[in-house]
Write a protein that binds this ligand. Structure first.
Ligand code: NDP
Length: 297
């Protein structure tokens, strides 16, 4: 039976570590790290994410501000708000909640965030630094995956990592992070996607399988080998009339059967999911350290 990777526990540890650092800053009576989250419109899912992020900041003593702009906000108005926070010393991280309304160009908005405050790690400069192995802000979900792999001491060096999914927020960055010639990485990486023929051929040879597909229970037991470490990024709603809300959340991996063959596995929920916000807090702390250090230099 697999070791269940407890993302909830690790995320709580990361938050505790940050909380004690911030407590120490407060005891010295100096500025603490701050995160501003900007949201345009009233998408309920976005609203719920923004609330969770803000709550997580407050719980560890980090300064947090949420700017909710009406859906008709122009691109120019949003860019001007980003400019304001780029030069606001109280906020070290700027996060623009995606998706944005269709009349706003997301790339333009992401590129406007100062790379030093890009705690989501989506700015092309952050992405470029990630690819060439320079110190940068790593996107939160892939960063959370690496943290889980490290804390559970799963060997990556020379191992075959198969990533199913090539999105800019999960698949591509996690593949590039694990490819780097450094500790906690140094893997042989294969990326699969919807045009991959005979997917099982790849997934069966994986020592570590990362599923970021967005399809419920897509990876089945016959697609993996004995002893594989499985990281399930998927968050999928499936109907379950036995539950009061009428649905449940499952991952991209058939957990029940794959866990019988795996050495490690992340559950859904409670695996990768909780790590994303923890890594956002960590990135904000990192931005704070970098900005404060620059000011002292
Ligand atoms: P995307 O929809 O952007 O990407 C899905 C990827 O899966 C694409 O690259 C797609 O290929 C590939 N794919 C689709 N069908 C197949 C198939 N039959 N065989 C092989 N590959 C396939 O999703 P995201 O990366 O944004 O998210 C993936 C999942 O992770 C979702 O369930 C999402 O909700 C979840 N998620 C969870 C987070 C967390 O905090 N835990 C954070 C972010 C996402 P192609 O490129 O060819 O279309």
């Amino acid at each position: 039976m697999a070791i269940i990777i407890d993302g909830k526990k690790i995320a709580a540890e990361v938050r505790e570590e940050l909380k004690s650092k911030i407590k120490w800053l407060k005891s010295l009576n100096i500025r603490v790290p701050g995160l501003v989250t900007i949201m345009v419109g009233d998408n309920p899912a976005s609203q719920s994410y923004v609330t969770s992020k803000s709550k997580a900041c407050s719980e560890i003593g980090m300064l947090s501000k949420v700017e909710i702009l009406p859906v008709e906000t122009s691109e120019q108005q949003l860019l001007e708000m980003i400019d304001l926070y780029n030069s606001n010393d109280d906020y070290h991280g700027i996060l623009v909640q995606l998706p944005l309304p269709k009349h706003i160009n997301e790339n333009k908005v992401i590129e406007r965030i100062s790379p030093g405050k890009d705690v989501d790690g989506f700015h092309p400069i952050s992405v470029g630094n990630l690819v060439i192995g320079k110190d940068t802000f790593y996107p939160c979900t892939p960063n959370g995956i690496v943290e889980l792999i490290k804390r559970y001491k799963i060997e990556t060096s020379g191992k075959h990592v198969v990533v199913v999914g090539r999105s800019n927020i999960v698949g591509k960055p996690i593949a590039n992070m694990l490819l780097q010639k450094k500790e906690g990485a140094n893997a042989v990486v294969t990326i699969c996607h919807s045009a991959t023929k005979n997917l099982s051929l790849y997934t069966k040879s994986a020592d570590i399988l990362i599923a970021a597909i967005g399809k419920a229970n897509f990876i089945t037991a016959d697609m993996v080998k004995e002893g594989v470490a499985v990281i399930d990024v998927g968050i999928n709603r499936v109907e379950d009339v036995s539950l009061p809300k009428g649905y449940k959340i499952v991952g991209d991996v058939d957990y029940e059967n794959v866990s019988k063959k795996a050495s490690f596995i992340t559950p859904v929920p409670g695996g990768v999911g909780p790590m994303t916000i923890a890594m956002l807090l960590q990135n904000t702390f990192l931005a704070y350290i970098k900005i404060t250090k620059q000011k002292l230099d």
